[in-house]
Ligand binder design. Structure first.
Ligand SMILES: CC(C)(COP(=O)(O)OP(=O)(O)OC[C@H]1O[C@@H](n2cnc3c(N)ncnc32)[C@H](O)[C@@H]1OP(=O)(O)O)[C@@H](O)C(=O)NCCC(=O)NCCS
Length: 347
C-alpha cells in the first residue's frame, strides 16, 4: 500500500513527565515489540520511564510522537551526546503495528531531519534489528533505505543457549585458558540492580571502555573515541540501577600491576532475568594473545549462572568484521540469530 500524505500526521514533542501520553506511547511500543520480536519479553513501563528520564552520562533526550486523528501512531526518540561526539544523534523510532505503511514513519523521520540541525547535529545513527528467520523480511532496513539512509555497519547477533552447553567441554577450555594465564587472577562483582560499581574498579574500567571505542570495529560509522572518564562509569551504573538492570561482571587482574586488564559483562533486564545480553568484552592491548578474552567470558558465564539461576540464553552482537571476537563466540557455541544494521545519515 503506498504511503498516505504525511500532512495527515501531526508530530508533537512529549516529555516523560506527561504520564498519560507516555502510557499510550509505551502501549504502542510494547505491541510493536511483541509483533516484531516475539522471542523477547519487552521491558516494563517503569524501566522504560527510568531510561527516558535518565539519558546516558552527559546526554540529553528529545522525544516526539506522531498522531493521526488524535491517536498516537508512533514515536521517535533522539539521544544527543553532550561531552563528546557532539555531531551525533542516536535515534530510535517505531510505528504502531496498525498504522504502518501510511507515511507515519516518513513523517517522524522528516521531523527528525528538521530538528537535528537546530540542535547542531550533523550525523544521525539508528540501529535497526533484523531477525534472520522471518518472511517477509523486517520493515526497518527497507524503510531506512527508502528514506535515504545508508548502512554504515552491520552487526551479527548470536545466541548461546545454555541447555546446549557441555559443562565438561567448558571446564576443559577454561583449564586450558588458565594454563596460559599465569600472573593473572579474576575479580567478580554485580552492580546496577545490585548496587554501585565497586569504587576500586572504576578507574581501570574507564580506561577499558575507551579501548572498546577505539579498538572494536565501527565500519563507516562516524563515531569518535572518548577520553577515559570515571564519572561515565558511575553514571552508567546509576542509569542501570534506576532501570532495574543487573550487570554481572568478571575482570581479569594483572597481579603484578594490580590493574584490571580484561573485562566482560552480562546484563539482564527486570522483565526477563533468563535472557542475558553480552555487553562488553575487552582486553587491554598489552595483554592480548593470552586467551584472556575467552577466559573472562567462560568465568563470567559460570558466575552469571550462579547469580541468575534461571539464565537460559546469552545474546551478543559483533561487527561482522570482528573476526577475533566472533571466533571466541563460535568456540563457545554461539549461533547466528539475526542482524543489527547501523544506518547513518549525514544531514
Ligand atoms: C520501519 C517503520 C518505522 C516504518 O514505518 P511506516 O510508517 O510503516 O513507514 P512509511 O509508511 O512512512 O514508509 C515509507 C517507505 O518506507 C518503505 N517501507 C516501509 N515499510 C516497508 C516494508 N515493510 N517493506 C518494504 N518497504 C517498506 C516504503 O518505501 C515506504 O513507502 P511506500 O509505502 O510509499 O512504499 C515501521 O515498520 C516500524 O516501526 N518497524 C519496527 C521498528 C523499526 O524497525 N524501526 C527503525 C526505524 S528506522
Amino acid at each position: 500500500m503506498p504511503s498516505v500524505k504525511s500532512d495527515v500526521v501531526d508530530v508533537v514533542r512529549f516529555h516523560p513527565s506527561d504520564v498519560t501520553m507516555g502510557d499510550e506511547v509505551y502501549a504502542g511500543w510494547r505491541d510493536a515489540q511483541l509483533n516484531d520480536f516475539p522471542d523477547q519479553t519487552p521491558l516494563d513501563r517503569a524501566s522504560i520511564q527510568s531510561l527516558l528520564e535518565n539519558p546516558p552520562h552527559g546526554w540529553t533526550g528529545e522525544f516526539y510522537a506522531a498522531t493521526v486523528d488524535g491517536r498516537i501512531a508512533g514515536a521517535v526518540l533522539l539521544f544527543l551526546p553532550g561531552l563528546d561526539n557532539t555531531h551525533l544523534a542516536h535515534v530510535e523510532g517505531w510505528v504502531h503495528v496498525g498504522s504502518r505503511r501510511q507515511g507515519v514513519g516518513r513523517a517522524l523521520y522528516e521531523r527528525t531531519l528538521e530538528r537535528l540541525p537546530e540542535l547542531g547535529r550533523t550525523t544521525l545513527i539508528v540501529r535497526i534489528h533484523d531477525r534472520a528467520d522471518i518472511d517477509p523480511p523486517a520493515a526497518g532496513p527497507r524503510f531506512a533505505e527508502a528514506v535515504g539512509m545508508s548502512c554504515a555497519m552491520t552487526e551479527v547477533q548470536r545466541r548461546q543457549y545454555l541447555d546446549e552447553v557441555d559443562d565438561g567441554v567448558f571446564a576443559a577450555m577454561l583449564a586450558d585458558c588458565w594454563e596460559r594465564a599465569e600472573g593473572y587472577e579474576v575479580v567478580r562483582w554485580t552492580d546496577g540492580a545490585d548496587g554501585p560499581t565497586p569504587e576500586e574498579h572504576v578507574d581501570d574500567l574507564s580506561q577499558l571502555l575507551v579501548r572498546l571505542d577505539t579498538d572494536a570495529p565501527h565500519g563507516d560509522l562516524r563515531i569518535e573515541a572518548r577520553e577515559p572518564d570515571p564519572e561515565a562509569v558511575r553514571a552508567l551504573d546509576h542509569r542501570n540501577r534506576a532501570a532495574g538492570i543487573r550487570l554481572v561482571h568478571t575482570g581479569v587482574r594483572h597481579v603484578a600491576s594490580g590493574r584490571i586488564v580484561a573485562w566482560t559483562t552480562i546484563s539482564t533486564l527486570p522483565s526477563d532475568r533468563g535472557h542475558g545480553q553480552q555487553q562488553i568484552t575487552v582486553v587491554d592491548p598489552g595483554h592480548r594473545g593470552r586467551r584472556l578474552g575467552t577466559l573472562a567470558k567462560l568465568e563470567n558465564l559460570a558466575y552469571a549462572r550462579r547469580v541468575e539461576p534461571g539464565l537460559r540464553l546469552v545474546e551478543t552482537c559483533n561487527a561482522d568484521e570482528n573476526a577475533h571476537m566472533i571466533a571466541i563466540n563460535e568456540t563457545l557455541g554461539y549461533r547466528v540469530h539475526g542482524r543489527v544494521h547501523n544506518f547513518q545519515k549525514e544531514i
